[in-house]
Write a new protein. Structure first.
Length: 220
């Protein structure tokens, strides 16, 4: 897989290092030479010097040959421009964008070419909720501009699904139970998997099915 990373800050360098170590072709786009010289990445990582918001720079980086681009700069405007150019000008199949400021999160959608946005503040908030909340559906991640969502609920004692199997539960057509975490064990769900109080249930949902899944798992 060939991956382009826009921005050689701490986030971009970490992603480049991880992907290259795992055998992927990586090109990092950065305009500041000093940043490039300080970057600690494995040999074989390609560099493209230039402004990530310029079509000519993205062309020099070989974006038309990339399977994925990660817009990882510290500026939300730059990340949006990179995402839009990558999708519209180069047809990159998968565009992942970093959201630096939560107030801008609503912009990171398919209209700007973003397939998946990652907001660190939002993700941390979701992780906190997931860790301390029982009987509530928590949204962890969004994909495809929010059209697919990973949600989690820790089942309370009065959950409607307690002591019932997946095949006995009316799971919405546009939703899938992807995992059940029970203690230290991960249970891959099957039709005969029975829910128990305290289970952490992970589900993939759409906007239309999210409320139905919430009612199914929490009764609320």
């Amino acid at each position: 897989m060939r991956v382009a990373i826009a921005g050689a800050g701490a986030v971009g360098v970490y992603i480049a290092r991880y992907l290259k170590t795992n055998g992927h072709d990586v090109v990092v786009i950065e305009k500041e030479r000093g940043v490039v010289e300080r970057a600690d990445v494995p040999s074989g990582v390609e560099w493209c010097m230039g402004d990530v918001c310029e079509v000519s720079t993205l062309r020099n980086a070989g974006l038309d040959r990339c399977d994925v681009i990660v817009a990882a700069t510290g500026d939300d405007e730059d990340n949006l421009v990179v995402s839009l150019l990558a999708k519209q000008e180069f047809g990159v199949p998968r565009v992942i964008a970093r959201v630096n400021h939560p107030k801008n999160e609503w912009l990171f959608n398919e209209n700007w070419g973003v397939d998946l946005s990652v907001s660190t503040p939002q993700l941390i908030t979701s992780m906190v909720e997931e860790a301390v909340t029982v009987g509530k559906l928590v949204r962890l991640l969004q994909f495809e501009g929010g059209q697919a969502r990973l949600v989690e609920a820790t089942l309370a004692e009065d959950s409607p699904v307690i002591a019932r199997t997946i095949k006995e539960v009316d799971v919405p057509r546009d939703a899938t139970i992807v995992a059940v975490l029970r203690g230290d064990h991960v249970i891959m769900p099957r039709g005969d998997t029975e829910f128990a109080a305290g289970d952490e249930v992970l589900a993939l949902v759409t906007p239309d099915s999210e409320d139905d899944v919430r009612r199914m798992l929490t009764g609320a």
